[in-house]
Design a protein. Structure first.
Length: 446
């Protein structure tokens, strides 16, 4: 089994074509964006490689100017980016359009009245999460992260809970029947001998009541068809509002908790002063009161296992230029993987599906780039930092009770892309696009 490789000094995928090694550690001078405009011929910018080089440099310069408050130069960069980027272009053009939009929002936010007035006239969009987008997709390859995570979670939960009678699952945010229905069926099919009859309780947390209602109907129907005792506890609240009282655990229950791409929002805190003056320059792991209290609450319920799925990225950094560069690398790999997921098909449905996923990622990018303080919730952290946070709360990571690599590899084969791979990093399993880690799955006990 392979171990997680160290981050390569050579930028991956799109960035490997467009960003020189020196550019990964330093920005161009304030006037370089003017030089780019005058020295790059129109004909050369029609070539993806040359156009990508210019877009990367313009984005990096714009991020530096936005961070320093140099609005004139930032505006000049955005003007040039808008001529080269497109939401309908190649992956680098589409990615650049999302990052340029995020930078523009950050600049406009310097005038709160202007920002509010612009947003007041816009109709709120229905913002679907990964599980809802993937479930509406016509292809299982659209978002392979979920299939990868579900394969590991399902086998782990069935293995650890197969001899339990009363089982209580707590779902932080996914609320996806494609995860839970196979688990219910697998547990129901396990031979129980003289053991206690199987009884299931589900507590599901989600911000959309319609999602909770839909899941409840599906799980109730499945449990009834299998003749199982079943209870459903939908919680239309945020993670920060959860208490042990509303989760309603009962004595004798075996408790399992699953968090999929949700827990990082609890890292949001009012750190705008730190960001402005460069305090806590991304060294070490700063204590987060809200996260510590939440993990302490989880531990107080004595779960048999906690399963965590998170973006394997380091976007919880104070300095804009640091998290901008990191997110540029990360989402470059994500956008390249989307091209592979949807292939060369030009069908209208595939185009709309890809656009929906890119809009979801665009919202993440905007939150990372344009927001500060409590408003910045997309605070993704790598597995090593989660190890520290969970360790402080009294948890310890565990290796899976089995080797799920074969299941994960089979799932990746269904995706039809050779760019994905699964590696084992300590006690976690990581889905990578080529050499770039994207998502990590880990298990914890206390």
């Amino acid at each position: 089994m392979s171990s997680l490789p160290p981050l390569s000094t050579k930028p991956d995928v799109t960035l490997s074509l467009n960003l020189s090694p020196s550019s990964t550690t330093s920005f161009s001078s304030p006037n370089d964006h003017d030089q780019l405009q005058t020295t790059s011929s129109s004909s050369s910018l029609t070539m993806p490689k040359e156009r990508g080089i210019v877009l990367i440099q313009l984005l990096l310069n714009c991020a530096k100017h936005a961070a320093s408050g140099n609005l004139r130069h930032a505006d000049s960069c955005l003007s040039q980016i808008s001529q080269l980027a497109s939401v309908d272009g190649d992956s680098m053009q589409r990615l650049s359009a999302r990052f340029a939009s995020a930078l523009a929002v950050r600049l406009v936010k310097r005038w709160p009245g202007l920002h509010k007035a612009l947003n007041r006239t816009q109709r709120p969009k229905l913002e679907l999460g990964p599980a809802q987008l993937a479930s509406s997709s016509s292809s299982p390859a659209a978002f392979p992260c979920l299939g990868f995570a579900y394969a590991i979670i399902a086998r782990t939960l069935v293995h650890s809970m197969s001899h339990e009678g009363a089982i209580h699952f707590v779902d932080f945010g996914s609320c996806d029947s494609r995860l839970w229905v196979p688990i219910i069926r697998s547990l129901a099919s396990e031979p129980r001998g003289h053991g206690p009859p199987l009884g299931l309780s589900f507590t599901c947390v989600h911000g959309d009541k319609a999602v909770l209602d839909k899941l409840g109907l599906c799980l109730t129907k499945e449990a009834e068809s299998l003749g199982l005792s079943f209870q459903y506890n939908p919680l239309h609240v945020s993670l920060g509002e959860l208490t042990t009282e509303v989760i309603k655990t009962r004595p004798g229950e075996a408790l399992a908790i699953v968090s999929i791409l949700s827990l990082h929002v609890l890292l949001a805190e009012d750190d705008r002063v730190d960001a402005q003056f460069g305090a806590h320059k991304n060294k070490g792991i700063k204590e987060c009161k809200q996260m510590s209290q939440f993990l302490a609450m989880v531990k107080s319920m004595s779960p048999k296992v906690v399963l965590l799925v998170e973006q394997e990225a380091d976007h919880n950094l104070n300095r804009l230029v640091d998290r901008f560069l990191g997110s540029l690398h990360y989402y470059s790999a994500v956008f390249d993987s989307l091209d592979a997921n949807f292939g060369a098909s030009s069908s209208s449905s595939d185009h709309q599906e890809r656009l929906a996923f890119e809009e979801m990622y665009g919202r993440e990018i905007e939150n990372i780039v344009a927001c500060e303080g409590l408003e910045r919730e997309e605070r993704h952290e790598r597995y090593e930092k989660w190890m520290t946070r969970f360790g402080r709360a009294g948890f310890r990571p565990i290796r899976m009770w089995f080797d799920p690599m074969e299941d994960a590899k089979k799932m990746l084969e269904v995706c039809g892309s050779e760019g994905y791979k699964v590696v084992n990093n300590k006690a976690s399993f990581v889905l990578c696009w080529h050499e770039r880690p994207l998502y990590a799955v880990s298990a914890w006990i206390c």
